[in-house]
Write a protein that binds this ligand. Structure first.
Ligand code: JHZ
Ligand code: SAH
Ligand code: ZN
Length: 417
């Protein structure tokens, strides 16, 4: 037994219920990542919680220790609009084509998307199916999807919703969700609901940030309130298998800094389990994703990552440089708060989401401005808070670089890019 385990009893795991959840990373007191503040709210007390990640030794699911009520995160003014990225738009065009050409098998059976947001993927799926249904609890982004003529139910996906859908619709031939499965605390409930919703030969596809990439890239800023889980294929396979489902194919994908697309179905379905699944599970074992020590050593490297980032920022500031933040992402909230980077360090954070302009970053209170403001008077450095979009941002900001501007990133290590 390791020293850590000997020293204390584990907490209760959200997935298997056993007292084998060991906190390994403490990112401290944290506000809600997407709770950008108006100027009136700056003087009010912000909701905060202790941002800690834990690893369950029994079912191997990595998860938040303290979760925030989803109703506080996904509501009528959710800040993230999926359609802000051209690269993501292309990514979803490709996903829709795979679904349309390889997965759908019936003209009539419903195609359901969970976490449809502003309809970026659903609209493309509608090109392949006349029966698409989006599930999206955040009313403002659901309204943006409906404006595109899409059918969207503004509810959380769970068993109650599936009961309602089942009364009205036939079983689904496809359930798809990008960057949403890891957001849902009751994953056992999701698995049960999937099992109830899917047709006998129906397929589910999910894409989420991949734990192995988070660890190798030092992308600890993927850990925040909305991301309740950090999946590997091993932990997800075990979860689905408990509920009569199984993963039959996995594909690593590059978006959001390294994600995994998983394809699943009922256990009794005809899809054979492909080599990609067994190979990925073997890779995860080799890396040590089944061992608490791997997570403890990641946590040590997170502290080192913070030190080298703050040193780099202090150094350029001491040289008299003007530094701003680029992209008011959820991940940015984690970095800024954990590394204690405020308005004295970053003059502003610019972002291409109009509804974020005029607001302030959660916890650190840096003003969020438009990209026009950035272009009007380039700073010396732009610290990229959506490092996953660095290529897209750098391509857009060629003039900034031509005029001597430089990007700073902390992924995979603090550096001037
Ligand atoms: P981006 C959100 O994470 C939240 P965030 C959520 N939990 C999740 O998992 C992913 O999305 C899917 C700006 N930007 O995509 C716009 C530019 O300014 O990394 C956004 O405010 N210029 C659901 O918030 C922010 O970056 C650009 O050219 O970490 C998006 O950050 C681009 C491409 C983006 O998501
Ligand atoms: N799929 C999009 C949106 C990701 S943002 C993309 O990849 O860009 C996550 C979305 O999931 C948010 O719009 C949020 O409102 C929604 N969501 C959160 N919990 C959900 C649940 N239980 N059921 C369905 N959608 C949910
Ligand atoms: Zn567990």
């Amino acid at each position: 037994m390791s020293e850590l385990k000997a020293s204390r009893r584990g907490l209760s795991c959200r997935i298997c219920g056993k007292a084998t959840l060991y906190p390994f990373l403490d990112l401290g007191k944290m506000p809600i990542a997407n709770a950008f503040l108006s100027s009136e709210q700056l003087s009010q007390t912000e909701y905060t919680f202790r941002l800690q990640a834990g690893f369950c030794e029994s079912c191997l699911m990595t998860q938040l220790v303290e979760a925030v009520d989803p109703n506080m995160l996904f509501h009528d003014h959710y800040a993230y609009f999926s359609s802000i990225s051209g690269v993501m738009d292309k990514h979803f065009t490709e996903l829709a084509a795979i679904i349309g050409n390889e997965i759908l098998y019936d003209e009539h059976l419903p195609v359901v998307e969970i976490g449809a947001n502003d309809g970026i993927l659903l609209q493309k799926l509608a090109g392949y199916s006349a029966n698409t249904i989006g599930i999206e609890p955040s009313a403002n982004v659901a309204a943006a999807a409906r404006k595109k003529g899409l059918h969207v139910v503004s509810e959380f996906f769970n068993m109650d919703l599936v009961d309602t859908l089942s009364a009205e619709y036939e079983p689904a031939q496809l359930v798809v969700g990008a960057n949403v499965l890891c957001h849902i605390p009751d994953l056992n409930g999701v698995a049960r609901a999937l099992e109830a919703l899917l047709d006998a030969e129906g397929v589910f596809i999910f894409e989420d940030p991949y734990l192995l990439e988070i660890m190798t890239q030092m992308a600890y800023d993927q850990i925040y309130d909305e991301h309740v889980y950090y999946f590997c294929v091993t932990s997800l396979s075990r979860l689905f298998e408990k509920h009569g489902l199984r993963i039959f194919r996995v594909e690593p994908i590059l978006v959001h800094g390294g994600s995994m697309r998983i394809y699943g179905c009922r256990s009794s379905c005809s899809h054979p389990i492909e080599r990609s699944v067994t190979a990925q599970i073997a890779t995860e074992r080799e890396f040590g994703l089944d061992s608490l020590e791997t997570y403890m050593s990641f946590a040590e490297r997170v502290q080192q990552s913070r030190t080298s980032l703050t040193k780099l920022l202090q150094r350029v500031q001491c040289d008299g440089a003007r530094v701003v933040g680029y992209a008011a992402s959820s991940k940015g909230t984690v970095i800024l708060n954990y590394c204690n980077i405020g308005p004295k360090m970053l003059e502003y954070v610019c972002d291409n989401t109009p509804s974020k302009h005029g607001l302030f970053t959660p916890g650190t209170h840096i003003p969020i401005v438009s990209i026009d403001r950035f272009s009007a008077d380039y700073p010396d450095y732009a610290f990229v808070l959506a490092w996953n979009h660095l290529n897209e941002i750098a391509a857009k900001e060629q003039v900034f670089r031509e005029e001597g501007g430089k990007f700073i990133t902390h992924i995979p290590a603090a550096r001037i890019a």
